[in-house]
Design a protein around this ligand. Structure first.
Ligand code: AOF
Ligand code: ZN
Length: 359
């Protein structure tokens, strides 16, 4: 199963919003073929492995796969049919497919065909591997990761807005890994203006995610780097509904940039839930990385939308600076956002801590 997970990871950046799936075929205690889901809409992992077992009679062999085989006619025929036809005698499965079209049906079909099924092997690892898929297929919302690079005293910038660089090189490299892993990066207008970031994946290999900028009044200057991007079709500017048909919006659309207009929520802020829902339904974005600044971090906390939080803590004290969640004003401890620490390690001279939501 560990090998299946490793194979599945080869699909990062290519298969979303579909799941990461790897498959290993064992015959007479030996691995005879391997496969994985290479790209969105392509062959499923189990079919890839079967196709790679060229000239081998698979009768009586075992299929190891991190996700329950599908039982539906989607872009490809059901994998359960192929598994039965090839006369596998055993299937070892990581997790049930959370897809409402499938959940449990694939396993039932295999059992009814006389195939021995063992499910729940390395379950936690398999669940973690497909945490984006599990979230969006069951909720129709993308999985949300927040990433902040801050000082020991929780500042993401000085009081004058200087933030380059709080964290060290290794932490910035890890951020690039995160960007390569998700479908979209989200930042606020002010961060886009101050940092003028390219938000692209550098230093590590990987494709660029969508760049989403929350700019309610479309006031980001045209000189900003995102507008000269050579992947403009992957830039989405989110604005208030009243700017949907504005001159600025029309100009941006004409320049090849996507505009997403949303209503305000009860606090007169752009409705984050609506934004996330649209990113999923209109752009197939199944995971997002929120990179700041403090306003945006605070809004995500306020709306209870954080699934995972990465904090890079640099060994610096800044004092009266901009605090990562400073606009998240709660006056009772009972209203605090509670998270669970799942890992913490050194990232150069910084600490990289990963938390997940506990609700
Ligand atoms: C994949 N790759 O290796 C497996 C998947 O639209 P389709 O036909 O590609 O089907 C997508 C669904 O198939 C997906 O949501 C998941 O439930 C199931 N299994 N999908 O893309 C795979 N095994
Ligand atoms: Zn399938």
């Amino acid at each position: 199963m560990k090998r299946a997970v490793t194979l599945a990871l080869k699909g990062v950046g290519h298969v979303s919003p579909n799941p990461l799936v790897g498959a290993v075929i064992i015959k007479n205690d030996e691995v005879v073929a391997e496969g994985w889901h290479h790209k969105f809409g392509g062959k499923h992992a189990e079919i890839d492995a079967i196709d790679n077992a060229i000239g081998i009679d698979l009768t009586g062999s075992t299929l190891v796969i991190n996700l329950e085989p599908c039982s539906h006619h989607g872009k490809t025929p059901p994998c359960t049919t192929a598994i039965i036809e090839k006369k596998f005698s055993k299937a070892i499965i990581g997790i049930k497919d959370p897809n409402p079209l499938i959940i449990g049906k694939g396993i039932d079909i295999l059992i009814n065909a006389g195939i021995e099924v063992i499910s729940g092997v390395l379950e936690n690892e398999c669940r973690w591997l497909n945490r984006f898929f599990i979230k969006h297929i069951t909720t129709e919302f993308p999985y949300v990761i927040l990433k902040a690079a801050q000082s020991i005293d929780g500042c993401i910038a000085t009081s004058k807005g200087e933030s380059r660089w709080i964290s060290g090189e290794e932490s910035r490299k890890r951020t690039h890994h995160l960007r390569a892993f998700v479908d979209a990066v989200i930042i606020g207008r002010r961060t886009a203006e101050i940092d003028n970031p390219t938000l692209t994946v550098r230093d590590v290999t990987g494709r660029n995610p969508y760049r989403v900028i929350l700019d309610s009044e479309l006031s980001l200057p045209q000189s900003n780097k995102v507008f000269s991007d050579n992947e403009k079709f992957k830039v989405i500017i989110v604005c208030h509904e009243n700017y949907r048909h504005s001159k600025k919006a029309e100009n941006l659309r004409a320049a090849g940039i996507n505009i997403l207009a949303v209503e305000e929520d009860e606090d007169s802020r752009m409705n984050l839930k609506e934004i996330l829902k649209s990113l999923y339904s209109d752009y197939r974005i199944g995971s997002v990385l929120v990179e700041g600044g403090a306003d945006i971090f605070s809004s995500f906390a306020r709306s209870n939308l954080i699934d995972e939080l990465h904090i890079f803590t640099a060994p610096k004290i800044i004092g009266d600076g901009i605090h990562s969640f400073e606009k998240f004003n709660i006056n009772r401890l009972a209203y605090a956002t509670n998270l669970k620490l799942i890992s913490s390690d050194m990232s150069g001279d910084d600490i990289h801590s990963v938390f997940i939501s506990t609700q």
